[in-house]
Design a protein around this ligand. Structure first.
Ligand code: M6R
Length: 608
């Protein structure tokens, strides 16, 4: 979603800001802008509806040697995407960039209009800028004004503020929307996402909720809402520049699909002992006794993270037969009056660790005394900090909006949790050993599937690019794979796709089959083969244009058959899912969409 950058130091602020905004492009946005201040506070504001590249062009015609500034990429919420609504917003002496939503902005707007403030945009952010400018009239300093304004707003914010009267400082504040400060030598970098800091500094301070900071060339002064000074904790960023580069691939999506042999290995590293068939998770902060007491595992997530939970549920149920497993869409759960029973552990699944709905569920579950464990990728993210313990999936930066490598490793991490619990519950090693062996094999099997099938899938994509609709179906563990495959396809290729359990076909979706649809049918040669096969026959009888993804050597009647051969058994769904990822990617390329930043989407959905 929206991205924030800021800089104060001895470099050209315009250069640092636009390069930071370029790094944040992957988050999704529709307009962008920067504001810089000269030594006497003269402001230069450049804004554009469109890509950061247009901002780069504006900078070349309005170049300034200013060394302090703020910047923003906006994903429209209040008001359409336009230059008028783009940040930074200006009110009096105040220049402001903001992520989040000010819920009481209408009331504040009415109050401020009475004090002669005019509003040029439709945004809640301009109201916040005016509010800070208004309270600054009676405040001793910019930070006091920001603090007072923050006390008056209801909602979520990560903000960076410039005041033309104090051109040697940037004030930042956060509540519910991330901000990280990069500390250099005589310079401070500000970003909503640490990837924007790569190449400048690895020393970072993560701002916590209700904290504020003054950023000057002399360093960072951190304080809270009660004006108490806080000692900042400086951490070293683990990410490196390579993680945010395409490494020769045409798109981040393809690179991240190919990253998976390595990223699964990273998820497993140091966590399994193949000799005694056990898994060990250092960060879950649960004793063997507490693991024995688990009665219910509640998995919470959105989008792909939710589907990862759906797939993991099958493995957890197989391993821990006496534990109930439920999987919840966070945006629904947060408003339901659900009951929680004794012995519930919630797995909070999120790549970004910042998804608003998932975070809201986490806070509600914590309020109710439920133990929460994160299955998170972004180190230091809000969810990772709020949970009682957890498993980092360690897939590195995932830049493409469509999530791929995070999905695979989220499933792996949840299996590791189940294996850890199974061991604590005294389950026999035989029950765990098959899965442990397969987890060990998974990276090389993914590699083989990529090598064996990429060209084939690319060719299939050419044959199916003219369809505007797709139906993805599968049974058992392949049902979540079908749902995730349909999500991947629709988000990157804009082909309308639906995912269904194969057994549901006759209950409605089979009526969709016609010449405008193609079908992706996942078929495992297991105890459900005959049943799945009859679903396929029913579809074929109605003129389906089916692509069957299967491991069987038997004869399969279908327009296209993709035979996947792998040594895996239980984890086959994860390699079938690699085929879905490739198919979505190559169909998107065929249809010439914006593969890494599909329209209307944001990488991290930090508002409801
Ligand atoms: O960062 P999160 O894992 O919490 O994000 C959840 C969803 O927004 C995300 O998986 C989304 O569905 C992706 N675009 C799917 O590719």
């Amino acid at each position: 979603m929206c991205g924030i950058v800021g800089y104060i130091g001895n470099k050209s602020a315009q250069g640092v800001l636009v390069s930071g905004l370029k790094r944040l492009e992957y988050r999704g946005y529709d307009s962008a802008g920067i504001a810089t201040l000269g030594p006497r506070g003269a402001a230069t504001v450049l804004r554009t509806k469109g890509k950061v590249q247009e901002l780069v062009d504006l900078v070349t015609t309005h170049e300034k040697s200013d060394m302090i500034g703020i910047g923003h990429t906006r994903w429209a919420t209040h008001g359409a995407p336009s230059k008028r609504n783009a940040h930074p917003h200006v009110a009096g002496n105040i220049h402001l960039v903001h992520n989040g939503i000010i819920e009481n902005y209408q009331d504040l707007k009415v109050m401020l209009a009475r004090h002669d403030y005019d509003f040029r945009s439709d945004t809640d952010t301009e109201v916040l800028a005016a509010l800070i400018d208004y309270v600054a009239r009676d405040a001793d300093s910019l930070i006091d004004a920001v603090r007072s304004a923050c006390e008056m707003v209801v909602g979520a914010y990560g903000i960076a503020v410039l005041d033309t009267r104090s051109p040697d400082e940037i004030v930042v504040a956060r509540k519910g929307s991330p901000l990280v400060l990069g500390v250099g030598n005589g310079e401070v970098f500000i970003a909503s996402d640490a990837s924007a800091l790569l190449g400048y500094t690895k020393q970072v301070i993560y701002l916590q909720d209700e904290e504020l900071a003054i950023c000057r060339t002399s360093g960072v002064e951190l304080s809270d809402m009660a004006s108490s000074t806080l000692e900042p904790t400086v951490e070293t960023l683990e990410m490196d520049l390579e993680a945010v580069q395409k490494k020769g691939y045409d798109h981040f999506l393809l690179k991240e699909i190919h990253d998976q042999p390595d990223t699964v290995e990273a998820t497993l590293r140091g966590r399994i002992n193949p000799t005694v068939h056990t898994a060990r998770l250092g960060g879950i902060n649960m004793t063997a006794e507490e693991l024995r007491d688990v009665r219910h595992i509640m998995i919470v997530g959105c989008g792909t993270a939710y589907y990862a939970g759906m797939l993991a549920k099958y493995y957890i149920e197989q391993l821990l037969g006496d534990v109930m497993v439920s999987v919840e869409v966070a945006s629904e759960l947060r408003y339901r009056s659900f009951a929680v029973q004794e012995g519930t552990v919630a797995l909070i699944v999120s790549q970004s660790g910042e998804t608003a709905d998932t975070l809201a569920c986490l806070m509600e579950l914590k309020r109710r005394g439920v133990r929460t464990l994160g299955v998170v990728n972004a180190v230091g993210s809000t969810i990772a900090r709020e949970v009682d313990g957890g498993v980092y999936v360690h897939v590195g930066a995932e830049i493409s909006v469509a999530s791929t490598k995070a999905f695979t490793s989220q499933v792996v991490a949840m299996i590791l949790f189940a294996l850890t619990a199974a061991d604590a519950r005294g389950m026999s090693p035989e029950r765990r050993s098959e899965l442990i062996d397969e987890l060990e094999l998974l990276p090389s099997e993914i590699e083989k599937v990529l090598a064996a099938h990429e060209k084939e899938v690319k060719a299939v994509a050419k044959n199916y690019m003219q369809y505007d609709h797709a139906l993805y179906v599968g049974r058992d563990t392949l049902m979540p794979v079908a749902l995730e495959g349909a999500l991947k396809l629709k988000e990157v290729s804009y082909i309308h796709a639906e995912g269904y359990p194969a057994g549901e076909l006759k209950h409605g979706p089979i009526s969709l089959i016609d010449d405008r649809f193609f079908e992706v049918f996942y078929l495992l040669d297991n105890w459900l083969y005959e049943k799945s096969q009859s679903n396929l026959i029913e579809m074929n009888a109605r003129g389906a244009h089916a692509i069957v993804v299967t491991d069987t050597a038997r004869k399969v009647e279908a327009e296209t058959v993709l035979r996947v051969s792998t040594k895996l058994d239980l984890l086959r769904p994860l390699v079938f899912n690699i085929i879905s990822q490739l198919l979505a990617y190559y169909l998107a390329v065929q249809r010439d969409t914006d593969v890494d930043q599909p329209r209307n989407l944001a990488k991290s959905v930090t508002v409801e």
